[in-house]
Design a protein around this ligand. Structure first.
Ligand code: ADP
Ligand code: DP6
Ligand code: CO
Length: 322
């Protein structure tokens, strides 16, 4: 096969990944638990071109640095294998805290594997996607999944566990975009700075396994109130550790805070909704089925909210039949 196209949904961690135990293998310092989205997605096409002497990469219609993409391709193609043209598009803002590195690397790995390693299973694909971006391993799976940090030096026990398919609990996500531009400090740089300088970082790492247990149980019981509490706690705690870095990392703006307050007001009024925030100023409101219309209308009315996106839960990364 000379060309392949894959698509992958972004995912949102409810228990966050923030920091690494091995930067070279990109092994996380602690586990994470996420939901994969149906409607925020990447589509990536790879074409082998024997005439190229280096990989080419086009992202969102512009030529981009091919080196990170080449590094992932090198994990799948034989040494000295052919170079590729990679064309990718995200249907949501790139590098803005909406997990483009997750859907982007998941789609890349699925398309590249179709060309170079068609027999590879989703566990091995997830491990390669993780090398590109930690959160990407979770976009190989649909619905609810957990990335286990593992302890092995070679990363062999760092694996993703599928917990439930998307249809198991059809939560909906409303994304309030408060600034569509790329963030000033990437997730990778932000977590590395937090690890190196935040006095709260050890406390963060020590507390994640208890959050994971709580979140797993809440998903197993479809206990929305419990999932809301542990997810908001994990998100705020991640940002607390980042705020305490030097220099401090402040990913939020005024509209971010207004959205967080609004989500809590809605919950106090009995609406089934909770928030989470990644490394960026956008707020993701996770809603019980049937609640998203009201949540979307409420967040859209907040000053500084540029746009509201909506998504259900979706499947893992997959090939697009050509
Ligand atoms: P985000 O919050 O969007 O995940 P990150 O800082 O984690 O932001 O990562 C952004 C980087 O991810 C981009 O600069 C780019 O290198 C990479 N990326 C984004 N989209 C894609 C894609 N579709 N294919 C490959 N890499 C991508
Ligand atoms: C805040 O997976 O983007 O979104 O592994 O360095 O590429 P790298 O980082 P990335 O970090 C995601 C951080 C987060 C939380 C999460 O998705 O778990
Ligand atoms: Co990312």
């Amino acid at each position: 096969m000379n060309t392949a196209t894959a698509r992958a949904g972004a995912n949102i961690a409810l228990v966050k990944y923030w920091g690494k135990r091995d930067p070279r293998l990109n092994l996380p310092a602690a586990g994470s638990l996420s939901i994969t989205l149906a409607d925020l997605e990447t589509v990536t096409r790879i074409e082998v071109d024997q005439g190229l002497d280096a990989d080419r990469f086009e992202l969102d219609g512009r030529s981009a640095d091919p080196r990170p993409v080449a590094a992932v391709l090198d994990l799948l193609r034989p040494a000295g294998g052919p170079r590729c043209r990679v064309v990718s598009r995200n249907n949501f803002p790139t590098g803005a805290g909406l997990a483009s590195s997750a859907s982007g690397h998941a789609a890349l790995v699925v398309a590249a594997a179709a060309i170079f390693c068609p027999q590879m299973g989703s566990g091995d694909l997830a491990a390669i996607a993780r090398r590109g971006s930690g959160s990407a391993s979770r976009s190989l799976f649909g619905g609810f999944c957990q990335l286990h940090a593992g302890v092995a030096e070679d990363g062999s026990d760092c694996r993703v566990e599928g917990l439930e398919e998307a249809g198991y609990w059809p939560l909906e996500v409303v994304v309030a975009i408060t600034d569509a531009g790329p963030k000033a400090v990437s997730s990778r740089a932000g977590m590395n700075r937090t690890m190196a300088t935040s006095p709260y970082y050890p406390a963060w790492v020590a507390s994640v396994s208890a959050d994971l247990e709580r979140a797993r149980r809440a998903v197993a019981d479809r206990d929305f109130d419990e999932l809301a509490e542990v997810s908001e706690h994990s998100a705020l705690k991640m940002h607390a550790s980042a705020l305490a870095a030097q220099p401090g990392l402040l990913y939020w703006n005024a509209a971010t805070v207004a959205c967080l307050r609004r989500v809590r007001e809605l919950r106090d009024q009995g609406v089934g909704v909770f928030f989470t925030v990644d490394a960026g100023p956008q707020v993701k409101a996770v809603c019980l089925p049937g609640q998203a219309d009201r949540v979307a209308a409420s967040l859209a009315s907040i000053a500084g909210v540029e746009q509201v996106l909506r998504s259900g839960l979706g499947p893992g990364a997959r090939l697009v039949e050509s």
